[in-house]
Design a protein around this ligand. Structure first.
Ligand code: UGY
Ligand code: MN
Length: 262
């Protein structure tokens, strides 16, 4: 291939947010994931307080490791099939399969098919007296897509807010204080939007699974589509409007259930 003309990209990286389309992210190999194409989508180097990766795993390869006692992780299968042995239990995950790995987990993950692709997230777990999280393994297809109620999560706020038409939310992890992260899948019918511009202390690591739309980040609406990754730091103004002809779907991480550390 010869490249002589100038190139361009929708990639943008600022102090408060980033959009990374897949084409511009070169793969590397990590010691914990031999033979795996690892793309670090966000990391403390970007400003995030967690790390998120796309991992393309060849058949019969993967990882065998024990997480540090203070590190939790989450895996989501984008394509292919993987075998996961997690703290003594065996699972097979296909597309939409996911696993939350409690801090200190011992696991072995191996691709059973060509072109297994995963999202992988690691972060420091913040312990609380009220309980410890346990492993969670599931399939997003088995989880109901609930009508989206703005303000949900706070029972006292639920009442006055209406259901937002055209939006559905799947909550993959238990909404209990033992867990310090949420992983959700949002679906938007074409032409529908988030009801407000959100500004919150929580961060997001967002992977666009399907469709396209306009994301407001800071003060700029930008085009996004399937395969894009978005990092939103604390208090990044954010909103979304779905365009195109099919529903837009994105998986996103959010830090939850913890007071501000001072
Ligand atoms: O849960 C959230 O904060 C979500 N509504 N944010 C987002 O989709 N950008
Ligand atoms: Mn948000």
């Amino acid at each position: 291939m010869t490249q002589k003309s100038l190139v361009g990209s929708r990639a943008v990286v600022t102090a408060r947010y980033a959009i990374l389309p897949p084409a511009g992210i070169p793969a590397g190999v990590l010691p914990e994931w031999p033979e795996v194409d690892a793309r670090v989508l966000t990391a403390p180097a970007m400003g995030a307080r967690f790390a998120m990766y796309r991992l393309d795993v060849p058949r019969d390869h993967g990882s065998r490791q024990r997480l540090r006692q203070d590190i939790e992780a989450f895996a989501f299968v984008l394509g292919g099939r993987v075998a996961l042995a997690l703290n003594g239990a065996d699972h097979v995950l296909g597309p939409g399969g996911f696993a939350y790995l409690k801090p200190g987990s011992a696991f072995e993950l191996k691709a059973l098919a060509d072109e297994a692709a995963l999202l992988w997230l690691r972060k420091g777990y913040v312990p609380v007296e009220q309980g410890r999280p346990d492993d969670v393994v599931g399939d997003e297809e088995a989880i109901a897509a609930e009508p989206y109620v703005f303000g949900s999560g706070n029972p006292r706020l639920d009442q006055p807010y209406p259901v937002i038409e055209g939006l559905r939310l799947k909550t993959l992890l238990p909404d209990t204080v033992a867990f310090d992260m949420a992983m959700n899948i949002f679906t938007f019918e074409p032409g529908h939007s988030l009801p407000v511009v959100e500004t919150h202390v929580m961060e997001h690591g967002l992977y666009f699974l399907q469709g396209q739309g306009l994301y407001l980040l800071g003060d700029t609406w930008r085009e996004v589509e399937a395969g894009d990754f978005i990092w939103m730091g604390p208090y990044c103004p954010q909103s979304f409007h779905a365009t195109g002809s099919e529903p837009s779907r994105y998986l996103y991480y959010k830090d939850v259930h913890r007071d501000v550390s001072l």
